[in-house]
Design a protein around this ligand. Structure first.
Ligand SMILES: Nc1ncnc2c1ncn2[C@@H]1O[C@H](COP(=O)(O)OP(=O)(O)OP(=O)(O)O)[C@@H](O)[C@H]1O
Ligand SMILES: [Mg+2]
Length: 253
């Protein structure tokens, strides 16, 4: 479980709020989508959970433990992180990228190799990719490797920052469906960041709508669509009706 209580983050000596009084609770096995436009504070929120960014105030707990009291390595072992913009190491092979965490943990090479193979299969990439370098992969394949890396340490919790961003609509659609299948199997506790409404509706158990550093509404898809709590939420979902109709049809197929 991930819980944030009154969490804020200011930059520039308290002049600007990137995140303001955020309260969130993500239950075990749940995918909570953090949805909002560019610059609203999504990445900063994720980074505070695994302490890439230190909160200015508030409390964050992962599996009942205050993250500030948890040794960094232990904390991060329990939280897989798929970075915005992939962030693969260009001079490492795919296999090395996937198992970098295991290497830092001093796991033997044989185990790392086996794990890399297992993870490639999990994200539906061929085994031959293991010795390639990131630049020899397409954007979508790189993003799969990013997800494989986040999953490699078998973390209970997963932070995914626009993991399928910057892809064409068809590839995105495929990856979203694969994500759903994978999540049914793995049952991780996930915060999934996106600015794409259809993606949010596709992968979410619940959605948290973020705007200008604040959470405007947290709720089920039906709640958010049928009872928007603020004008911002209402306008955000006043998308072309056709797009939403496709979504409902796909949901009820
Ligand atoms: N290190 C920093 N120093 C100063 N301001 C920052 C820093 N990091 C982020 N910000 C600001 O905090 C706000 C939130 O940034 P954040 O990266 O969390 O947004 P985001 O919702 O992830 O946006 P995007 O969808 O574009 O990735 C932005 O206004 C950004 O400029
Ligand atoms: Mg971001």
């Amino acid at each position: 479980m991930i819980r944030m209580q009154q969490v804020s983050k200011t930059f520039d000596h308290g002049q600007t709020f990137a995140v303001q009084e955020v309260n969130l609770e993500v239950a075990d096995g749940e995918t909570l989508v953090l949805l909002g436009t560019s610059g609203c504070g999504k990445t900063t929120t994720l980074k505070m959970i695994n302490r890439l960014v230190e909160p200015s105030s508030g409390i964050i707990e992962v599996d009942g433990r205050n993250v500030m009291d948890c040794p960094l390595q232990k904390l991060r072992r329990n939280i897989g992180y798929a970075f915005q913009g992939v962030g693969l190491f260009p001079h490492f092979t795919v296999g090395e990228n996937i198992t970098i965490g295991l290497r830092l943990d001093g796991r033997p090479k044989k185990e790392r190799l086996a794990r890399a193979r297992e993870m490639l299969a999990l994200v539906a990439l061929e085994e031959e990719f293991i010795d390639r370098y990131p630049h020899q992969l397409s954007g979508g394949q790189q993003q799969r490797v990013g997800v494989a890396r986040a999953l490699a340490g078998a973390p209970k919790n997963l932070l995914m920052d626009e993991p399928f961003g910057a892809l064409d609509a068809i590839t995105r659609d495929t990856l979203q469906k694969e994500y759903l299948k994978l999540q049914r199997e793995l049952n991780k506790t996930v915060i999934f960041v996106t600015h794409d409404i259809i993606e949010a509706l596709t992968v979410a158990d619940r959605i948290a709508v973020m705007h200008a550093g604040r959470i405007e509404q947290v709720g089920s898809k039906t709640e958010i669509l049928q009872q928007p709590a603020t004008d911002f939420v209402r306008h955000l979902f006043a998308k072309p009706a056709e797009q939403l109709r496709d979504y409902w049809e796909a949901m009820h197929e």
